[in-house]
Design a protein around this ligand. Sequence first.
Ligand code: AMP
Ligand code: ZN
Length: 490
Amino acid sequence: MKIYNSATHRKEEFRPIEEGKVRMYVCGPTVYDNIHIGNARTFISFDVIRRWLIASGYEVTFAQNLTDVDDKIINRANEQGRTAAEVAGEFSEKFISVMRAANVMDPDVRPRATKEIGPMIGMIKTLIEQGHAYAAENGDVYFSVRSDPAYGEVSGRKVDELMVGARIAAGEEKRDPLDFALWKAAKPGEPSWKSPWGEGRPGWHTECAAMVHRYLGCPIDIHGGGSDLAFPHHENECAQAECAWHEGFANTWMHTGMLLVDGEKMSKSLGNFFTLEEVLEKHSAAALRLLMLQTLYRSPLDFSWERLEGAENSLARIAGTVKNLMWAASHAEGEPDAALAAKLDRAVIAARDEFERQMDDDFNTAGALAAYFQLVTEANTYLDQAGSAVDADVCAGCAVGIAGALTILGIELPKVEEELPVGLLGVAAGLVGYTGDDVNEAAEKILAARAEARAARDWARADAIRDQLRDMGVVIEDTSAGSRLVVKAS
Ligand code: AMP
Ligand code: ZN
């Protein structure tokens, strides 16, 4: 398996630190508002990466924090006359539930910054003792960037280049404009905790480094986040952890490309965002995931409602083919053409192999999905050519292959067909005298009666059957493999 390491700008053969195990950390959200689908793109991308690692046989431990203390949360709380803890509590719960709605697996560990103050203070103390950090007069503690010769290794920036334009803002007591806060002295009315440097709260970068160390141990295999986090957040996390513990921090850095709207990054500050919640009210999680996964996670992705609509249609087409394959498998009649069946069988195996090859090549979901789009086309051709004389095993194998590959990507196919309504028994009794209680059997009898009526050119009867069914929301679908009754989508 190859993974693109954004710190080295190369695809590298993935070798976990511990055989068969992967330790992985992805920075979580700052919980001051609902997340938008740009944030969701990053979380869905890493969900798929995690799912593929698991499907490949790795035992994956996945940790993700909740940043539940931050300027944005404090500002929001002040605007709304609430406490920061109330705001953070509300949006933490909303985040957890909307991630589940998007079919993103829960992390194995979900630490919250406010519950991890002790380990963070411990890390800061270690850094001060080793000369990598200093406490200022006002109670702030800063990391000394120039004390870390490796600084810049994650984002590829050079310390001297960073100096250009760097300034010390009013109220900061840094020795060097490049230094960043590990601990911030409390301002009146802000949430704060006791520390050796007085009342205060941790800096954002401090949080992730301490949690990685506590819950996963350094170094970890994969550290991820959106590409906008590479600098300064990930650079600073890495600097702290390496300087504090001297064990390395992350072997592979993975960064997702930004979700764009009309060529611009979707963000709260630009106001060009759609929340994940509102998108999932209009569209299925499966369609949103399909849309996202048709682009490589590292590339930018332009969002539009038309593209999401397109993904919804593709999904319906795939689901339709899977349904037709299953239906054909259970209604197979006559001797199947062995050559045609063997061709489809080979296509099933080729799709599976290609899917695996593409996913092993830096999680190329776009290529992996393309393999299955191709298989769907071949399956449709087969169903057309074979009529009802299909090879049931090959059809079922193909259907399971398509649905299984999508499940690995966390895409659940929509149920294309609801169960036939029980009321059909009454229609069957009136039309064909069927008095049993099996709805599917009743459907078969009705279809047989209609076929008979049509064969006898008794159009009035055939139409009457169709109309009675339509009145109860059931339509007759004529396919190359025969006719069937389906509940009309409302
Ligand atoms: P935040 O709460 O701002 O730290 O964002 C949470 C995650 O979403 C981070 O990994 C960000 O990099 C990521 N993110 C923010 N905006 C976008 C976007 N437009 N496209 C993709 N990922 C994003
Ligand atoms: Zn982080």
